[in-house]
Design a binder for this molecule. Structure first.
Ligand code: ADP
Ligand code: MG
Length: 299
């Protein structure tokens, strides 16, 4: 069973005039069908305004569909009797960690989530320990959150969600405010949570480099799901990505330009290692596709 299943999901925002009458509808999601497998690491891409945040908010019932259905771990998010269970299953992390911090030190900050869920005190501290370890922030448990770097704050925000032991974490551009070092910290933490604790990760991002290592990728455009596939499948289609005003990873772009210029490179090169192997093969009169394939198998 998928952990998330959106079936013909539509959502419209209602804009009201001064009298409170509906003046306008904005169709933010239009008939989206997708399944996300439990334990997978998926990313959602799309230009500004394509509906990514609106979609994310459906997954813990901050918003409920105006058409179609969303199931989270088999629960219909529109069924109010499931609200708490849906929120326990799918935790949300937002862009700006500052807006998410309220406690005077890190461990209290992390304890806040499970406390709110009514978890027993002994179990709360077990969860805080577990969550601190999971994000590699043990040494900072007594530190005030406002003394932390952006990347560290975001890892604490993630730990706060981890302490609620969700099956799934939805992150809406969690690295947008961070420097490259902070971004790497956060993404590494997410991959560890996914690999070691089998938490499903749903990551909305603008950074193509953060997509490369995902299991699967969805692309939104004007409220519709327009592409889905492995990162390699998505990035193989440079033309479509450009048409959707989306970037591809720099290495993929370079490989594409070389290909256009007549260098016989295979589609969907994702790493500099693959590009190097392929170019070496071209230089030595070998088979570049086989060289890239060898690179992938070695992983
Ligand atoms: P993204 O996260 O991909 O940038 P959003 O889900 O935020 O996209 O927005 C999708 C569409 O819904 C956009 O047209 C946006 O202007 C509109 N929208 C988003 N939030 C609101 C809101 N609270 N009220 C009205 N319209 C909104
Ligand atoms: Mg958004």
């Amino acid at each position: 069973m998928p952990i998330v299943s959106a079936q013909n999901l539509s959502f419209s925002y209602e804009l009201r005039d001064e009298e409170g009458n509906v003046a306008e509808h904005i169709d933010a999601l239009k008939g989206v069908n997708l399944d996300i497998l439990a334990g997978s690491f998926v990313t959602i891409l799309g230009a500004n305004g394509s509906g990514k945040s609106t979609f994310a908010k459906q997954l813990n019932a901050l918003l409920v569909p105006t058409g179609g259905t969303v199931f989270v771990d088999g629960m219909n998010t529109a069924d109010e009797s499931h609200l708490l269970d849906v929120r326990k299953t799918a935790g949300m992390v937002f862009q700006n960690p500052d807006n998410q911090m309220i406690a005077s030190n890190v461990e209290e900050e992390i304890a806040f989530g499970p406390e709110n869920l009514g978890v027993e005190p002994d179990d709360i501290w077990r969860r805080v320990d577990m969550a601190l370890a999971a994000v590699g922030m043990n040494a900072y448990r007594k530190t005030s959150p406002n003394k932390l770097s952006g990347g560290q704050k975001q890892r604490i925000a993630i730990a706060g969600i981890v302490a609620m032991e969700p099956k799934c974490i939805v992150l809406d551009e969690p690295t947008a405010m961070l420097d490259p070092g902070g971004r790497r910290e956060v993404i590494r933490t997410l991959h560890e949570l996914n690999e070691k604790r089998h938490v499903t990760i749903i990551l909305i991002t603008h950074y193509m480099e953060e997509v490369v290592d995902a299991d699967y990728c969805f692309v939104m455009h004007q409220g519709e799901l327009v592409m889905s596939g492995t990162p390699r499948e998505i990035f193989s289609d440079v033309e479509t990505m450009r048409r959707l005003s989306l970037d591809v990873p720099q290495v993929t772009e370079v490989a594409y330009e070389l290909q256009q210029a007549g260098v016989p490179l295979p589609d969907g090169i994702l790493t500099s290692e693959e590009l190097t192997k392929a170019l070496t093969a071209v230089r030595d009169g070998g088979d570049p596709a086989a060289a890239v394939e060898g690179c992938r198998r070695a992983k």
